[in-house]
Design a protein around this ligand. Structure first.
Ligand code: M7G
Length: 296
């Protein structure tokens, strides 16, 4: 699909999610008759350009004045990109569901539930990981790679996450994608994975410090469970970062993961893992059909 120049051909269908705190809105629509999801996010202030807002060109409408306290609606001139847009096109039904606000439910996934319910679904039905293969094969985003260890067993590619615009290091957000295939998630990790995990942790943090000047003490390094994409990857986010969909609830800190595996190689094959599912997730439906939620 071509790179968009504007939203002329975008037909709005429905606002599927809104988050006033994160200042985001997600819209489902069509581009050239095909489904598309557009996520709009108001950008952060750039401290070095704040003077542009605080000038005579910004019109102020007073909304409250009480003693020394005043609030205003401010209308600055158009001086920078006020909104960042993420476009998924063509979007599948799964993408539309992923980005739609819905009720959530908690699942405590025992090893048996993983084997009998989660795993068959992951194998039969999951998001395409073509974008991951494009990165590993240098077909896409090659110029964005921050660090690479090409080793087929322990190697990985570190690059900015799609959610980060690379502007403000306080919202720094990168992802490390392993070269090795067939490691689906946290559940597959054992003592055999330790060299790979230690490699990602240390070389990833070193590369971030060198490139962005952010010390390792200010970076959260974690895996998601459940992830959206079942090819092992690790998130690196600034401790102050609250990227939409970052899902701190799903985060398993890499350092703790390494420690747990050192205590017992099969820790993640034995552990009950807790996560939330949303009403439109296939995983929710499978757990519901199995009677899992009947007792709650
Ligand atoms: P996840 O935990 O599997 O899923 O993480 P989530 O999206 O539910 O968090 C995958 C991560 O990869 C997310 O942080 C995405 O923002 C990021 N990501 C997804 N895609 C499709 C791309 C992409 O094409 N390029 C880059 N650089 N990052 C992506």
């Amino acid at each position: 699909p071509p790179v968009l120049k504007n939203f002329k051909d975008f037909n709005i269908n429905k606002v599927i999610a809104e988050n006033p705190r994160c200042k985001t809105a997600t819209i489902h629509g069509q581009i050239a008759g095909e489904d598309a999801v557009v996520l709009l996010e108001k950008t952060a202030f750039d401290a070095s350009h704040l003077g542009n807002y605080l000038s005579e060109l910004t019109t102020l409408n007073n909304t409250l004045k009480n003693d020394i306290y005043g609030t205003y609606d401010a209308f600055p001139p158009l001086i920078e990109n006020a909104i960042r847009a993420t476009v998924i096109h063509p979007a599948t039904e799964k993408h539309i569901k992923k980005y739609t606000d819905q009720p959530c439910y908690v699942v405590h996934e025992t090893p048996e539930l993983y084997t009998n319910i989660t795993l068959p679904l992951i194998i039969s039905k999951q998001f395409s990981i073509q974008w991951v293969y494009n990165i590993l094969g240098k077909k896409k985003e090659a110029d964005r790679i921050v660090f690479e260890d090409p080793d087929p067993e322990q190697g990985f590619v570190l690059l900015p996450d799609m959610k980060w615009d690379c502007k403000d290091t306080r919202s720094l957000y990168l992802v490390a994608i392993v070269h090795k295939h067939e490691v689906k998630s946290l559940r597959d990790l054992t003592a055999d994975s330790l060299p790979l995990l230690n490699n990602i942790l240390h070389k990833g943090l070193d590369a971030i410090k060198e490139r962005f000047g952010v010390p390792s003490s200010q970076v959260h390094v974690y895996l998601h469970y459940q992830p959206s994409y079942y090819h092992l990857h690790v998130h690196f986010a600034h401790v102050q970062c609250e990227a939409p969909g970052m899902g701190a609830d799903r985060a398993h800190m890499l350092i703790d993961v390494i420690d747990n595996i050192q205590i017992a190689s099969n820790f993640y094959q034995r552990k009950t893992l807790t996560f939330t599912v949303r009403e439109e997730d296939d995983l929710y439906k499978k757990y519901k059909d199995s009677g899992y939620f009947d007792k709650s």
